[in-house]
Design a binder for this molecule. Sequence first.
Ligand SMILES: *Cc1c(COP(=O)(O)O)cnc(C)c1O
Ligand code: SF4
Length: 360
Amino acid sequence: MVEEWKQIIAQSITKPEQVRHKFNVNVRKLKTVVSQYPMRISKYYFDLIEEVDDPIWKQCVPSPLELQDPHGLDDPLNEEEQSPVPGLVHRYPDRVLMCVSNSCATYCRFCTRKRKVGNPVITYSRERLLQQIQYIKKTSAIRDVLLSGGDPFMLSDERIEFLLQKLRTIPHVEILRIGSRVPCTLPQRITPKLCSILKKYPPIYVNVHFNHPLEITEDSARACGLLADAGIPLASQSVLLRGVNDDPVVMKNLFQKLLTIRVRPYYIFQIDLVRGTYHFRTPVETGLNILASLIGHTSGLAVPRYVIDSPGGGGKIPIQPNYIQSIDEDKIVLRNYEGKTYAYPQNPLTEKTPKQRITP
Ligand SMILES: *Cc1c(COP(=O)(O)O)cnc(C)c1O
Ligand code: SF4
C-alpha cells in the first residue's frame, strides 16, 4: 500500500496550468518563471489557499516578479565557500549544517536556497552523505549537527534512519537537529513510523517552519503533536515576508497559536538577499516593530529572536528594539515595554575593566 503522504505528493501542483483549474488567473507568464525556479505545491498546501494572492498563495505560487530582481544574489550567505565538502556548511565553530535532500513538499518562493532546491541536477547520493559524515567524524569540535536541505523529511524512512544511525556513532556529536517545513506543508508525512525512528536517536530537536496562522490546521497540529509525543522538542522559524506576515497582529497570532500546538517560536528571519525574492523584502523597522509589539505584551515563550543572517556568511546576528536609554558607572536607564523609564543602579563595589563597558 502506498502511504498517504506519497499519494499527496503524487498529486502535487507542478505546472501553472494546474493552478488555473481552481483559480481564474492568467498563468501564461508563470511558465518562464517555472522554467528557472521550479514549482511544487503539495495538494494539501494548495488546498489551504482561499483566494488569489492570499498569504498562502504568495508563498507558493510563482510570481513574474521573481524574474525582476536587480539586487539579488544566488548565494547571499556564501554557503558554497563555507562548505568543506559538498552540501555541508561549516560556519560556526561547534555546529554544521548538512544539506541531505534537495526536495521539498512545497517550494517556497522566498527560499534562501532557491539556487538549489528542486534542481534535479543536484542530488545527495549515499556516497555524498557519507562524505559529509566522514568530515563530521574527523572534526571533533562539532557537537551539533543540523540536517537541512531541501527538506530532510522528504527522504525515505530508511534513508533518515541511515543518517541518524551513522551520526549517532560519532561520540562528539551531542545533539541532532532536523529543519523541516513538512509539518506545515505536508503534515501527513509525520507518521507514527517516522516518529518511532526518530525516537531511537535522542536527543533530536526538530525545527519547523511556519509563517502564517492560516498554516496552523488540525493536520499540522496532529503532526507536531506526534513529534512532541516522541519526546522531540519543537521550535519554529519564520521568515518575515512582505504581504504575508509583515504585521504585528498576524505575527502575534502565529506565535501564540504555535505554542498551542507545542511549538516554541525560535527565529524570525529578515529575508536573505536571494535573487528572485526582492518583492518579499520588508524594511528592518517592520521586524523591529513586530518585536516591540510582542516583548512584554505576550508570553515570553511567544517571542522569537529576530535575526539577520549576515550577507557574505558572518552568521546570524540578533537585533531587537533598544531598551537601553543610557548606561554609565552609576546606573543603567531602561525603557519598559510600555515606554516607561526605569533605572537600575550599578554596583559601586565592582570594578570594571574598560573591556567590560558596553555602549548601547
Ligand atoms: C542557522 C545555521 C546554523 C544553526 O544556527 P543556530 O543559531 O545554532 O540555530 C548552523 N549552521 C549554519 C550554516 C546555519 O545557517
Ligand atoms: S521548505 Fe525550506 S528549503 Fe524547501 S523551499 Fe521552503 S524554505 Fe526552501
